[in-house]
Design a protein around this ligand. Sequence first.
Ligand SMILES: [Zn+2]
Length: 162
Amino acid sequence: MGPQEYKLCEALEDWRDEKTVEIYGCSHLIDLGPTVVMGDSVLDRIVDCAHFEKIKIIEDLRKETHWSVNDNLAREVITIIHRIIPISLYTTTPLQQHPLSNTVSAPNNGLAQHPALNPSAGIKRVLRCSACGQAGHNKCGRVCPMHPSWISSAAGKENNNS
Ligand SMILES: [Zn+2]
């Protein structure tokens, strides 16, 4: 199991805890355990199948796990699976379908959607001000409370008032 499979396993465990409480109430989480929503064998099977990208739709989930799950829960589980282990859409999509848009945007978009292939894509650079330490601007911006224009105008006001 790689790090993504561990992450998926944890996410599914959290999810079934939440669902157990939501459907059966808090006492059942303690009495019965979260396996009333999703058994351990089902969870293991999902992680295995997700690794090989076998689960794309609700029917895949039912077929692979023999889990009698309703559509709503199945959809939530599939969303979790695809969030952590994305299906490689770009390998199954014909590249020549939209030649114009593909040449411009497809290669970058494909990589950006797959953090495993491009680890830096998931990390957003946050602008941080070196003067005041707040995020979202730099020290040259007028939004910065430490910007010289604010300090001088505040000083000017004080001088006028006194
Ligand atoms: Zn600042």
